[in-house]
Design a protein around this ligand. Structure first.
Ligand SMILES: [Zn+2]
Length: 501
């Protein structure tokens, strides 16, 4: 097994119905309780030792609102918290993230989660706690000479909830999100293009995905000059586009193509980045990891969706053979591109991946990329930007973001933005020499490589990583995009179908 794949699986999940009392709490190593914003007397009564908890909580919230209450029931450490604000899905995940840090801090084998309140809200809060424990107890890769003590994932019991949670879905989401976080965190000398391909091969064998690797020679035959322009600066000739496909029984043609930007290190190329801007550029492959994570979760859940996955994997290096501003190259769909800035390599790599994905005529394309600083300037790392060639999809995308807690916001795609992309020598310039609206111009550039008849969504992953927690996920790579896409494919399936037409 590749040493670069995570060895720790998701927590073991179970749900027990029926009442909860001090004895059932005593069997746990830790209990986390999420309260509704306005807990009534009836809510407190349902909790073991409820009257005492209510008294403590009142005293605590009078002293400090928004904080957690720590106490014990039957000798088991218990932590309570209440969702702030309007208790959106994001708020619930954020609260769950705070509560779950308690589990990460001390190794606990059996963790109980309890969400009080009515129906759906309590179900969402309990599910958020499960997701948060899955994120908090997952160890990101470490390479210390003395190995740290290995904690395996705890058992998580959902208590006292009338609604049945979809535990298989939660486990698949945790596994996929953690895979994305893991891959994104790997050092750039470990996750080389070759090592990336190897670990994907292993996943492909395990999950019955078909795999085809388009190396630079194959890409030359396909005319993929935009991707190759970026790859030509590499010291090794191991870059390429990895094409995975998964077909549920009875389906041949792809319903969906996932495309990911996999720049395993981005120096900026000839237009070299300064120190701070380059420091974390091993994370510039996050988009490809998200595409892979979505494929993994969809496979685990046996979604009735035939999926193609295209991972554009290369470094963007400086050197004597690296591409340069004013180079003119031709992409796989014949479009000629005038290079302006070698640090806008993501859209070059994606251009060919999108063009190749389009040839298979999928029902829809979704791409993920840590593409532009401007998208972060516009939204911060709390949201990611979405762009689509079907305006009717925007409402569906926003709804998927809100419901999953992985929030997205749409940007305009009007064709007059193309005025900024006119070239005097080629069909299009790669980007404008001004940075203004670069996230929109990047999306306008990319739409040229997607066949018009294919509905397409571009996700500019402003929230791929954050210095503070994002929702239930601790600081660092976030895995953002997995839950958003699953919600889109499952909960929003009907709206998606209508809006695609
Ligand atoms: Zn770049």
């Amino acid at each position: 097994m590749s040493a670069l794949l995570p060895t720790q699986g998701p927590p073991r999940l179970s749900q027990t119905s029926g009442g909860i009392n001090a004895r059932s709490v005593g069997e746990l190593d830790r209990l986390l309780i999420a309260l509704p914003r306005a807990a009534t007397d009836a809510t407190w009564k349902k909790l073991p030792d409820g009257a005492r908890l209510q008294r403590l909580w009142k005293r605590q919230s009078a002293a400090q609102s928004g904080s957690l209450l720590r106490t014990e029931i039957a000798g088991t450490p218990v932590t309570l918290g209440a969702a702030p604000g309007e208790s959106t899905r994001y708020d619930l995940l954020r609260l769950a993230g705070d509560l779950a840090t308690e589990v990460a801090a001390s190794p606990a084998r059996r963790v109980g989660v309890l969400a009080t309140g009515d129906g759906t809200a309590a179900g969402d809060a309990a599910a958020s706690l499960v997701l948060a424990i899955g994120a908090a107890t997952f160890r990101l890769p470490e390479f210390r000479s003395k190995a740290a003590t290995q904690h395996s994932a705890p058992q998580v019991r959902v208590l006292g909830l009338r609604q049945k949670l979809d535990l298989a879905r939660l486990a698949a989401e945790i596994e996929a999100i953690n895979l994305v976080r893991w891959l994104t965190a790997l050092p750039p000398n470990k996750l080389t293009a070759g090592a990336y391909r190897e670990l994907v091969t292993e996943l492909a064998e395990h999950h019955d995905w078909n795999q085809r690797f388009l190396d630079t020679a194959a890409l030359r035959r396909l005319g993929a000059g935009a991707f190759l322009a970026v790859a030509q600066g590499n010291a090794d000739d191991d870059a390429g586009i990895l094409h995975l496909s998964w077909r549920p029984a009875g389906r041949r043609k792809p319903d969906l193509a996932l495309v990911g930007k996999g720049i395993i290190f981005d120096t900026g190329g000839t237009n070299l980045k300064p120190f701070r801007a380059m420091l974390d550029m091993h994370q510039d492959m996050a988009g490809s990891a998200v595409a892979l994570g979505v494929l993994l979760a969809a496979t685990r859940l046996k979604l009735p969706v035939a999926i193609d996955c295209w991972l554009a994997i290369t470094e963007n290096r400086i050197g004597p053979t690296a591409y340069k501003p004013r180079d003119v190259v031709s992409a796989a769909n014949g479009t000629t591109i005038e290079v302006i800035h070698t640090d806008a390599e993501g859209r070059m790599a994606l251009a060919d991946a999108l063009a190749l994905a389009s040839r298979e005529k999928p029902g829809m394309i979704v791409d993920y990329a840590t593409l532009t600083g401007q998208c972060i300037n516009a939204l911060t790392e709390r949201y990611s930007g979405v762009f689509t060639n079907r305006a009717a999809l925007n409402d569906v995308l926003v709804a998927a973001g809100r419901a999953s807690g992985e929030r997205v916001w749409p940007f305009p795609m009007d064709s007059d933005y193309d005025d900024e992309l006119k070239s005097t020598v080629a069909d299009v310039v790669q980007c404008s020499s001004e940075n203004e609206g670069d996230h929109i111009l990047a999306a306008r550039f990319l739409q040229r490589f997607v066949a018009r008849e294919i509905p397409w969504v571009h996700v500019d992953l402003a929230s791929a990583a954050r210095k503070k927690p994002l929702g239930q996920v601790p600081a660092g790579p976030s895995g953002f995009g997995v839950r958003f896409t699953l919600n889109l494919l499952i909960e929003q399936a009907a709206g998606l179908e209508r809006a695609r037409r």
